[in-house]
Structure formats: C-alpha cells, structure tokens
Design a protein. Structure first.
Length: 454
C-alpha cells in the first residue's frame, strides 16, 4: 500500500494547493471532515489521476469498473467539490445514483466541505439547498437525484464554456446488485433518454463508476453505445478486478482469504462484482446449481409469457421468455418482482426486446384495447385463464427431472410444496398465479416439454 506524505501546513500556500492539487484537496478536506487521514493506495490514486484527466478534458467518457466498498463514492464527491472550489462560479455538476440515501449523503458532505474555513474563504458561504439541488450563491453547484428520479433542473456544464471544463455528469452505481434484467434495461433507457441529455455543451464529460452486475448492465450498455469513442481514445474504460496476478486490489478490504471465500460462496458475485467479468446469468434463480445456466442464446425469435394484473401492484409479476429448440421449449430468461403499475408496460416491452420476443401471451382476462395499444410493437396473443393455480417462485414452473423442467399443475401442488421446503422461506412463500397458464396450454397439452438448457 502506498502512503501519501504528511501535509506540512505551515510552509504551503493553502489556496494554491487546494486549487491546483486534487490529491492535496482530498487529503486536506478528508482530515477535517473525518478527523483522520485519507488512506491513499494504488487504486484510489489511479482514480484520482483519471478524475484530473476528466477535468483536463482528456476524455468525454470515463468508465471505471471497481469492486464495492473501496471508497469510490467519497472520491467522486471530493472531485465535484474540488471543481466547484477551483472554478467557483463556473462549475455545474450532475450526480446520479440508485438510492436516495446516497444523494442525501452527497449533499451533506458538500455542505460540510464548503463550511471548512479555508474553503469558505474562496467561495460564498451562503448556500441554497432544495431536495435535488445544492449550490452556493455564486450560482455554481450540483444537481443530484436517483437514476429513475426527476431529471429536470440544472444541467451539467455551461453552454459558453465548451473549450474548458465547466462541469461533469457523474453516475455512481446505477443499479443495486439484486436488480433484474428488466430493471437494468429500464435504467439504460433512462440514462440514454434523460441523463445523457443533461449536458449543456457537447464536451461535458461523463464519469461512470460501478461494479459489473451483468452483461446487460449500464457499463455494458455504455461500452456498446460509445464503442467508437473507446476505440479512438475519446472514452476510456478501466477495469479494476479484486484479484489480478494473485494480488488483491486492497488487502485491507479484500484479504486473499476473503476473496477465496467469496469465490466459493457465490461464483456469480465473484466474477461480476469483484472481477468485473460479467456473466449473462438470466434470472436470480438460475444461480442455483440445480438449474443449468443458459449462456449466449442465439438471437432467434422467442415469445414472452406473463401473468400480472397491471392495475394492482400488490401481486408479484412474472415474465418468462421461451423459444423453440427442437422438440423442446428453452427457457431463455425470466423475471419475477413487484413493479409499479406506471412502469409495467415499459418493463414488459424492455424484457421482450432484450430477449428478441415479438409476441406476448397474456391470460384472456387481462387483455383489452388499452393493453394491446400500450404493448405495441409487441403482438398480443390471448390464452385461457386457469383459476386456482397457485405456484411458488420459479420453482413453481417445475422440478428438474432428467435435465428437463417438468411443469406441475394444481394436482401436484402438495408434493411440489413439500419439495419447496428445501428452499429459503422468502423464496418458498413468494406466491404467484399461473405463469404456467400459458405454458400448460401451449406446451403440455401439445406434447411439448420445457427444457432448462439447450
């Protein structure tokens, strides 16, 4: 671990060092806020260096994939504070993350920073703070909200300052690790349609810091969206795996024994969030060893099946994407969660598009002209309702028998529930109705089978 030299306050021009040395700014501010020195190590030194490169307009996009618990949020907060201090009246930053609590923490930290006497000498000490806006009376400031929150208000950068840095867009952990593929798709769409448009000039840089969650997460989306930029140097991608050449990124947070334990406990977590090598694990239950993971499904037509009452947010919903594979139907992806009625249709469309589905099967009782209109361009097919079918989570689709997922109808519900006692209470009691409605009608009566893999 690399230590930073102690600060000799008496022989320094404080204002000059705060303005022109970001590392010094971090150390200076941190010791006053936390009453302890900032611990410098190779990984956060690299982060700090790249943030300065962003300030110097070296990149239009900086994408950093780094494991959790390594202080990336506080360093990004200090960077925003530094630019507002350095430029005073000309820094307009935007910050987006998945949780309200992180937004509030950013505002709280910014307020404390600008009350430090040496900082307050440089900028106005009177601030205005609204729920989603923090700025000083000189008009510089930061606008922050959640990824799927309201994206109106102060944009990033200044229109007249295209040739110099005047603000940045920072995206810090756009999704929770438990978010589904549908939630990832909704986030990606929100970033493209709203957040990336918050730039007040074309050269406002974008900083994205997160651990990888899935091949379809925001990092993967940005790598694809700005593919040409990453090739020609206008964008930079930095991967910081927890383990490289047998060495830990930080023995303090990740001793080698802990890394090995995490690898054995949850391989998906190890490869995605720790090593930044995302998998295309589709659906949280596919992580269980009794199911085979379906990797790299060719983009052939699939169909999406759903059960959900879009007028009620009480019941969980299930989307299931399947496709024909010889005599079997292959489960390509599935999603189970509670969704607010306002985002139901867009979530279903996102899920279907991700899985190359152009047709959605819906129980007849849920189909009406409004549903058909809102689900365009998907084609809606009706299936008969089967009342009184109660199934639990993905295991309700069927038990694994000789490599096949065999559907269970209501007559088999008692032995099925006995089998489900093997699983955690939270999963066993996650009751949904009749995902199997469409499956049972389409495939079982037709002599088809549902397979867990190719």
């Amino acid at each position: 671990m690399e230590d930073k030299p102690e600060i000799d306050i008496e022989h320094l021009d404080i204002q000059d060092k705060l303005e022109n040395d970001f590392d010094f700014f971090v150390s200076f501010v941190h010791i006053r806020l936390e009453n302890q020195e900032f611990i410098w190590s190779p990984y956060n030194r690299k982060l700090a260096k790249e943030f300065v490169n962003v300030y110097n307009q070296k990149y239009l996009v900086l994408l950093i994939n780094i494991p959790p618990r390594l202080g990336k949020t506080i360093l990004l907060t200090y960077f925003f504070a530094w630019t507002q201090y350095k430029l005073s009246k000309r820094a307009y930053n935007n910050y987006y993350t998945y949780a309200d609590i992180l937004v509030e923490k950013l505002y709280s930290t910014m307020e404390k920073i600008f009350k430090i006497p040496e900082i307050a000498e440089r900028v106005d000490t009177t601030f205005k703070k609204r729920k989603e806006d923090f700025s000083n009376t000189s008009a510089s400031g930061i606008y922050a909200t959640t990824i799927l929150g309201k994206t109106t208000g102060m944009g990033a950068g200044k229109k007249e300052d295209e040739d110099t840095f005047s603000g940045a867009i920072g995206i810090d952990d756009s999704n929770k690790a438990s978010d589904s593929v549908v939630r990832l798709a909704s986030t990606n769409r929100a970033v493209k349609s709203a957040i990336l448009n918050r730039k007040n000039n074309a050269k406002v840089p974008i900083i994205i810091i997160a651990q990888r969650l899935h091949k379809l997460d925001l990092s993967g989306y940005i790598l694809d969206l700005y593919e040409d930029w990453f090739k020609d140097g206008r964008a930079k991608h930095i991967k910081m795996p927890v383990l490289r050449d047998g060495r830990s990124i930080s023995l303090r947070e990740y001793p080698l024994e802990l890394i090995e334990l995490e690898r054995k406990k949850d391989e998906a977590y190890f490869y995605c969030q720790l090593q930044q090598e995302p998998l295309s694990i589709t659906g949280k239950y596919f992580k269980d060893s009794i199911f085979n993971i379906v990797e790299d499904i060719p983009k052939e037509k699939s169909i999406t099946i759903l059960y959900f009452n879009p007028e009620s947010a009480i019941e969980p919903i299930v989307f299931l994407a399947v496709k024909k594979a010889g005599a079997d139907m292959v489960i390509v992806d599935y999603f189970e969660d509670k969704i607010e009625p306002s985002s139901f249709f867009s979530s279903l469309i996102d899920f279907s598009i991700l899985n190359n589905s152009k047709k959605v099967y819906i129980p007849k009782s849920l189909v009406n002209k409004t549903v058909i209109q809102k689900l365009k361009p998907l084609k809606v097919e009706e299936v008969e309702d089967l009342p009184n079918v109660e199934l639990s989570a993905f295991y309700s689709v069927g038990l694994l028998e000789e490599g096949k997922i065999i559907l269970k109808d209501n007559e088999n519900s008692i032995p099925l529930k006995e089998e489900l006692k093997l699983f955690p209470q939270t999963e066993r009691n996650y009751v949904v109705k009749a995902v199997v409605t469409a499956l049972e009608i389409l495939f079982i009566k037709g002599g088809g089978r549902i397979s867990s893999s190719l």
